[in-house]
Ligand binder design. Structure first.
Ligand SMILES: [Zn+2]
Ligand SMILES: [Zn+2]
Length: 123
């Protein structure tokens, strides 16, 4: 069996990816969603936030391909689909961050004073 035999093809981006790149969907015969996570995420971004893929790609590019905070490369397998948008209170896009950093920001309510206090606490 070749390696490609284990891959699932996404009809949207036409890429053959490891099944882990597809969300679980038990309603489907192979137990995986039709579109890969990258495409699902892209559609979600466009639909929910009105961010076209070109704009998103440009943003990631400006950040050197990594999370705006920890610099983890967002293209790396398994992390790219989970890229989160960080926004200011008035809805402006501040940057793209990885899932962990986004969770951190949410936890600290994006409050610089709170984050500074946490740094002092850790030190
Ligand atoms: Zn795809
Ligand atoms: Zn990060």
């Amino acid at each position: 069996m070749t390696i490609t035999a284990n891959k699932k093809r996404c009809p949207r981006c036409r890429q053959h990816r490891d099944p882990s790149w597809f969300s679980r969907d038990y309603c489907r015969p192979d137990g995986r969603a039709c579109w890969c996570k990258v495409c699902s995420r892209r559609a979600y971004r466009e639909r929910s936030w009105g961010i076209p893929q070109a704009e998103f790609d440009k943003l990631i590019d400006l950040q050197g391909g990594g999370c705006a905070i920890c610099r983890t490369l967002l293209e790396a397998a398994g992390t790219y689909p989970w890229t989160r948008m960080d926004r200011t209170e008035d809805g402006r896009i501040r940057g793209a961050v990885c899932r962990e950093c986004k969770a951190g920001l949410v936890g600290f309510r994006s409050d610089p004073r709170r984050l500074a206090a946490a740094i002092a606490y850790l030190a």
